[in-house]
Ligand binder design. Structure first.
Ligand SMILES: [Zn+2]
Ligand SMILES: [Zn+2]
Length: 101
């Protein structure tokens, strides 16, 4: 477990928990010097389970606001906000992403 668990997730807003850095525009898509967000592990994993790096760019999901408004993420966020910060929910992986790995 991460010992540094005093942060707030910028997507679901839960705290305190450990966050990881998400490149809002994936580095593979030229986003290495563009804004990042601090996301909890659950949000980060869910995000990358739903979308490929390419999807994030082509669908314009490169801001926190756009991510919150995406129907799939909105449904997830509505649910995760009710979960305690320490929860490690099971992923609901989309077939779309799985096929590309
Ligand atoms: Zn989160
Ligand atoms: Zn990420």
């Amino acid at each position: 477990m991460d010992s540094h668990a005093e942060e707030t997730c910028e997507l679901c807003g839960r705290s305190p928990l450990a966050t990881t850095v998400h490149h809002l525009t994936p580095r593979e898509e030229g986003g290495s010097s563009l804004p990042t967000a601090r996301l909890c592990r659950a949000c980060h994993r869910q995000l990358h389970a739903l979308f490929t790096n390419r999807d994030l760019v082509t669908a314009g999901l490169t801001t926190l606001e756009a991510l919150r408004q995406n129907p799939q993420m909105a449904a997830y966020l509505k649910w995760i906000r009710k979960q305690p910060p320490g929860a490690e929910p099971k992923l609901r992986k989309s077939r779309h992403v799985r096929g590309k790995r």
